[in-house]
Design a protein. Structure first.
Length: 212
């Protein structure tokens, strides 16, 4: 049976075709030991989606881990997230960005943030529309306490290859048009297409850690 390290190493080999792309190991719901196994192999970037779980793992694991928060964000949990997460990938509205910016100033930190877009228009998905994003990005210089470095999206479950290419390609186009370096798109089921369409970060959970 392959280990987390072996699964991760296989992905690293695959990414050699895509210079600059990297893996975010999505460790949500998996135990601390699984994260430690990858940490011991040199991995430092891990993704979590629940603040209680993130706080528990933060306390238990090495402090040089770079935690990415990738879940839906409740306004009353922003301070707790800002205190731990180096990168917040799920900034889904202008109001949320304003709150993170204000609290980051109070906590004397400057987290990296990605703006989450709902490219597909799927009602069950969070994220801002393209027009909302276009309005917000024009104000980027107002936000002094965050580093807006990229965009993030999720494709609908069961999307066709054509739909995936349209969604991922649209996000990459928007990022490039606004001089944003990163595109966080693609998960265990669709990361290969996301890489082909310009993803710089693939969020991989089950393909590394196994089924939840």
């Amino acid at each position: 049976m392959q280990t987390e390290k072996e699964h991760y190493s296989e992905l690293v080999e695959e990414l050699k075709r895509f210079p600059g792309a990297r893996i975010l190991a999505v460790s949500k719901t998996f135990p601390e030991q699984s994260i430690q196994n990858l940490y011991d192999a040199g991995v430092r970037d891990f993704g979590e989606s629940r603040i209680l779980e993130l706080e528990r793992k933060y306390q238990a694991l090495p402090k040089d881990i770079r935690w990415h928060f990738i879940g839906n964000i409740q306004a009353n949990k922003v301070r707790r997230i800002v205190k731990i997460a180096s990168c917040i990938q799920s900034v889904s509205s202008g109001a949320l960005l304003e709150r993170i910016d204000r609290i980051a100033a109070e906590e004397n930190c400057r987290p990296e943030v990605f703006l989450e877009l709902n490219i597909s228009g799927e009602e069950s998905k969070s994220g801002m529309t393209v027009s909302e994003f276009e309005g917000l990005i024009q104000r980027r210089n107002e936000f002094k306490n965050v580093f807006i470095n990229g965009l993030m999206t999720m494709a609908p479950q069961g999307a066709s290859e054509e739909e995936l290419r349209e969604i991922f390609g649209s996000l990459r186009h928007l990022a490039d048009a606004h001089n944003l370096k990163e595109c966080s798109m693609g998960m265990s089921e669709d990361y290969r297409i996301a890489l082909e369409m310009g993803s710089s970060i693939i969020r991989i959970g089950s393909k590394i850690f196994g089924k939840r």
